[in-house]
Design a protein around this ligand. Structure first.
Ligand code: FAD
Length: 403
């Protein structure tokens, strides 16, 4: 028996998939969301902390009140500091958002953001099937046939693939990555910190931390704790920095020793900067979003935030395509591909620029950073450059004005 045709299936209940499902519901479309993992899964770590104002606005458009719930849960760090070789070269404290306005960003663990997105999807009537791993996707002129790992079948007119970095849908439709892997690795440590005696909510970036052999270290607060990110080089030994025992050894060099007993999660990452060769299939029926479409190093917080913008653009394209049909439908999907492909390549280049600043390979860049640090007490612009460069060009700026 052939399966009933569904107007649109979203594959993957990560932040991008939840956002796309909400945006589709906001346009009045029934949505089936297929997720490989069970509903009671525990997703690891803080991962994407930073939810940009533009993302909050997009999410709130789709689900009024959602931004406020996320903001209420998150934290906004008012102060940013940058150090070079142990000496402060930049510090700024920002005023709080005006009452009734969205803050410039909010910071909370990705699992918490996902919890709010999941609840909003349920309230909006998204039909979520947990434990449904998609293994095949065959598009044709009229739609897409999906197959599940347990022999299930689905037939959709459009598929929004948000199944993450190892996207089975992207592979099934034969779209390769373009780009490469960054050198070295990062160790990311989540630390619980709340109540009296908690550290001030400051984001602190150390270039060439003297107690860690000149490696860069960043501390980023989130609601209920903070994340420490240690940047290791190609030649560094994973066991020496990324094993939990190793973390307990080096952590007291950058934060109070008491935090060695408050570690929630440790992970090691190699960063890729890759973009799918195309964000749509040749029949214009599958739209790739989020990490199914692109992977960036996290500096500049472009990963999850661009997934939200992708989800919104994909929903708009699918809604237009379903309403219009024919050539206008094809055009709507191609417009999505063009706009979000440009944004992905812009974000990828921006993250690469940021990374080349964080890991200078040229002696000239190293010299410029040293000189800027030396001059920063008399030329504040130099400290400001050191502060801003690790995030690449202005966050939120892409050719389409969104992440
Ligand atoms: C250390 C670190 C820090 C980061 N910090 C930031 C940050 O500050 N800001 C930011 O914006 N981003 C950040 N990111 C990136 C962010 O975590 C990712 O961009 C985000 O998780 C991607 O969301 P997604 O929905 O595209 O994919 P995922 O979160 O990977 O979700 C994919 C979903 O699809 C499901 N799935 C997979 N395969 C299938 C299948 N075959 N069938 C059905 N379901 C499937 C998975 O189970 C999962 O639920 C960070 C990442 C890391 C590693």
């Amino acid at each position: 028996m052939s399966p009933t045709e569904i107007p649109v299936v979203v594959v993957g209940a990560g932040p991008a998939g939840f956002a796309a499902a909400l945006q589709l519901r906001a346009r009045g479309l029934p949505v089936t969301l297929l997720e490989a993992e069970p509903e009671d899964r525990v997703r690891p770590g803080s991962r994407a902390l930073f939810v940009h104002q533009e993302s909050l606005r997009l999410l709130d458009e789709a689900s009024p009140g959602l931004a406020e719930r996320i903001v209420r849960h998150g934290t906004v760090w008012p102060t940013k500091r940058t150090f070079y070789g142990g000496r402060q070269v930049f510090a700024r404290t920002y005023p709080p958002a005006k009452p009734g306005r969205l803050p410039r960003f909010t910071s909370l663990r990705q699992i918490e953001t996902e919890r709010h997105l999941h609840a909003a999807c349920l309230a909006a009537g998204v039909d979520i099937t947990w434990g449904a791993r998609v293994v095949t996707a065959v598009p044709d002129e009229r739609g897409v046939s999906l197959g599940g790992a347990e022999g299930q079948t689905w037939r959709a007119r459009y598929v929004v693939a948000a199944d993450g970095a190892h996207s089975a849908v992207r592979k099934a439709i034969g779209i390769p990555w373009q780009g490469k892997r960054s050198e070295g690795f990062h160790v990311v440590v989540d630390i619980a910190d709340r109540g009296p005696g908690a550290m001030p909510p400051e984001r602190v970036f150390h270039y060439r931390h003297p107690a860690l052999g000149g490696r860069n270290v960043m501390r980023v607060p989130f609601a209920g704790g903070f994340q420490v990110d240690l940047q290791c080089g190609q030649e560094d030994d994973v066991a020496e920095f990324a094993e939990p025992d190793a973390v307990r050894q080096w952590l007291p060099e950058v934060v109070d020793a008491k935090y060695a007993d408050a570690v929630l999660w440790v992970s090691k990452y190699h960063y890729l900067h890759v973009v799918a060769e195309s964000l749509v299939d040749t029949h214009r029926r599958v739209l790739l979003i989020g990490e199914a479409a692109h992977l960036f190093p996290p500096f500049g917080a472009r990963g999850m935030n661009s997934g939200f913008a992708d989800g919104s653009a994909a929903a708009e394209a699918v809604a237009t395509a379903l309403a219009a049909g024919g050539a206008a439908a094809t055009k709507a999907v191609e417009t999505f591909d063009h706009a979000r492909g440009l944004a992905a390549r812009y974000n990828s280049d921006a993250a690469r620029t940021a990374l080349s600043h964080m890991r200078p390979t040229s002696p000239l860049m190293r010299w410029r950073q040293r000189a800027a640090a030396a001059l920063s007490p008399v030329i504040p612009r130099m400290g400001s450059w050191l502060e801003h460069a690790p995030y690449g060009p202005r966050a939120g700026a892409t050719p389409s004005g969104k992440y």
